[in-house]
Ligand binder design. Structure first.
Ligand SMILES: O=P(O)(O)OC[C@H]1O[C@](O)(CO)[C@@H](O)[C@@H]1O
Length: 247
């Protein structure tokens, strides 16, 4: 695992953007795996700016998102489809037809899981997968105890994940209880993984990851088996005193 420690969230976002720009320069038809949550917001802001300045062209890029809440229509403001539109897609020159996110309200959930996994194979796998890490070590919505060899599936969210995500909703009880997520095996199919961690509240998870032991109770540890992971974190996530996190 390549480890890059930067001073603060701003530098982290800049560095992540540079890595994505490099990837798209190398292959203008890149497939990017994208993530939601607070951590990638700065990276998306930088990418929007880079696109505006002509430093990156998304015309031939495709994207595959990790996950979606179950029960939220794709037009719901807190759905990950709307999150991605707001934070990135609507502000860059990407064709919406090339942006893929699981459907959170399909007729048949199991069929949707199969469809999305087949899509990962057909469109991807991603050349570069952007990832955040949960305080409990979750990646995508793969919570502790998840099948380390699982593909796209339905998960029940833990109370800690629901509490962490409640900040995006008006009321705690509005946070969905289930999600559809790429499995750990689906994530590991990506050619390269760019893992981002910012802020003190991620320090415990990062420390555990860097201890280097694979453990199903700590899903991020599955990344240890991947040949090309780049971890970019700020000093606070590394456990050094530093700036505050992404919020
Ligand atoms: O970036 P955040 O908001 O700290 O979230 C960390 C992880 O948790 C999730 O938001 C899911 O709860 C992931 O999408 C994200 O990578």
């Amino acid at each position: 695992m390549e480890v890059i420690i930067v001073n603060d969230y701003e530098q982290l976002s800049q560095r992540a953007c540079d890595i994505i720009v490099e990837q798209v320069h190398m292959n203008p038809e890149s497939v990017l795996g994208l993530a939601t949550g607070g951590t990638p917001l700065g990276t998306y802001r930088e990418l929007v700016q880079a696109n505006g300045n002509g430093k990156i062209d998304f015309k031939h890029v495709s994207t595959l998102n990790l996950d979606e809440y179950i029960g939220l229509d794709s037009s719901h403001p807190q759905s990950y489809r709307q999150f991605m539109k707001r934070e990135l897609f609507d502000a860059i020159n990407i064709s919406e037809t090339r942006t893929y996110i699981p459907d959170g309200r399909p007729d048949d959930l199991e069929e949707e899981c199969r469809r999305y996994e087949a899509l990962i194979e057909a469109i991807g796998p991603p050349d570069l997968q952007l990832l955040g890490i949960g305080e409990n070590g979750h990646i995508g919505f793969n919570e502790p105890g998840s099948d380390m060899d699982g593909e796209t599936h339905i998960v029940e969210l833990t109370e800690s994940t629901r509490a962490a995500n409640a900040r995006f909703f008006d009321k705690d009880e509005d946070v969905p209880a289930h999600a559809i997520t790429m499995g750990i095996r689906s994530i590991l199919k990506s050619k390269r993984i760019l893992l981002l961690a910012s802020g003190e509240r991620k320090a415990r998870a990062i420390k555990r990851l860097l201890q280097g032991e694979e453990d199903a109770n700590f899903p991020a540890s599955a990344l240890l088996a991947h040949p090309h992971v780049t971890l970019v974190m700020d000093q606070a996530a590394y456990g050094m005193k530093g700036e505050t996190d992404a919020g």
